[in-house]
Design a binder for this molecule. Structure first.
Ligand code: UDP
Length: 370
């Protein structure tokens, strides 16, 4: 059978865009489709009040992977933004991630030795390998910080008890005994000037893109178009939920434009208590050092919610139950000869953007010689 395209790429997020770019550059015929009315997936940004508004939550690019960093430079210039969020616990402010500023604010300790001694004392309650997020958090930073900066935020974010969540989630955050509020340890960090949408547009230059095209609804017709398929949507949806539904966390965004030039003085303030219904407030202009309209600011409150059909899935809930279910789907996916699964939803993995790009480049290399 003669196909119109070599690859049908389902999803115009970072996995789809990078894979499409590489295959197109290698001379393959590529069609990219997306269910939504825009490209760039959840990285999507659009201009409002003279700045880039992060429509699906804040995205800060950070990586230790030099090849990935050099790769993205081809499509955008990156600014020198560093994420330095502040936590608000019942009206008191703390620096994040957990560092000497936080330890000083929490206990009044002034030296690394004093801070380590405090944490050492508190972590003794955990013996053996931490079995869940609570044990991991207490063992990393002690109970005081766990109760003040982690427990409330995490249980809102995931809608589950910290004792029922995997330990790896909290290991995303650095713990350091220096006065350094940089949220990431990675050497390369920043946000694309002009936004992620423009960056993705450049990746997709010269490639046919069809928006508002739902693969799962028009499957038979679309599959006739291409020899191979790259699928970046939820893996359980691909298989029509035959083994059951994987759980995802979703978000509801409450966005306001305020008549004020600077609302909170920082891009992200995390509300780490259990009572405030949202996890954080994002003030978008600070991703661009206060650019845009000097009299206005755009803020977004993030309300986590359990995903149900019709919502956007944001985070896979990688607990034991879901991992087991995912393994069943993965066993099917591994057997597919015509379909490549990639990205946060198709691999059910809490990937960061740089890891998705790495995965897409690797997938391209694995498939470019077959
Ligand atoms: N976290 C926390 N308190 C905070 C920020 C994060 O306990 O103030 C925990 C929470 O469990 C969260 C995890 O750390 O899910 C990872 O946070 P990250 O900022 O990486 O989440 P993302 O930006 O991907 O939503």
């Amino acid at each position: 059978m003669a196909y119109t395209y070599d690859y049908l790429i389902v999803g115009a997020g970072p996995f789809g865009a990078v894979f499409a770019h590489e295959m197109h550059a290698a001379g393959k015929k590529v069609l990219v489709i997306d269910r939504r009315d825009h490209i760039a997936g959840n990285m999507y940004t659009r201009e409002t009040e003279g700045i880039q508004f992060h429509v699906y939550g804040p995205h800060i690019f950070h990586t230790a992977d030099k090849e990935v960093w050099d790769y993205v430079q081809r499509f955008a210039e990156f600014n020198h933004f560093r994420l330095t969020p502040v936590a608000n616990y019942k009206g008191k402010l703390y620096n994040l991630p957990f560092n000497m500023n936080t330890f000083y604010q929490m206990w009044g300790v002034k030296t690394p030795a004093e801070a380590s001694a405090r944490i050492e004392e508190q972590r003794r309650e955990i013996t053996g390998e931490p079995r869940n997020l609570e044990e991991q958090a207490v063992s990393l930073v002690g109970r005081d910080i766990y109760e003040t900066l982690i427990k409330g935020y995490t249980e809102k974010q995931w809608g589950r008890k910290c004792t029922e969540l995997p330990a790896f989630i909290i290991r995303r955050l650095p713990v350091r005994f220096t006065f350094d509020n940089n949220y990431f340890n990675h050497p390369f960090q920043g946000i694309p000037v002009g936004g992620y949408t423009k960056m993705t547009e450049r990746m997709l230059a010269g490639i046919e893109v069809r928006l508002e095209t739902d693969y799962l609804k028009e499957r038979a017709a679309l599959e006739e178009l291409a020899e191979r398929i790259v699928y970046t949507g939820p893996v359980d949806a691909f298989y029509e939920y035959r083994f059951g539904t994987l759980e995802y966390r979703s978000l509801r965004f409450e966005t306001e434009t305020l008549d004020c030039g600077n609302y909170q003085g920082v891009a992200a303030v995390n509300y780490t208590d259990a009572e405030t219904p949202y996890t954080r407030i994002i003030e978008h202009k600070h991703f661009e050092f206060g650019a845009g309209n000097p009299e206005k600011t755009v803020i977004t409150k993030e309300h986590p919610q359990e995903w149900k059909e019709g919502d956007e899935p944001y985070y896979p809930v990688n607990n034991e139950k879901n991992q087991k279910l995912y393994e069943q789907y993965k066993a099917l996916a591994d057997k597919e000869e015509r379909v490549i699964f990639g990205g946060r939803l198709a691999e059910y993995k809490y990937y960061d953007m740089d890891q998705v790009i790495r995965a897409a480049l690797d997938a391209f290399r694995n498939h470019s010689c077959t």
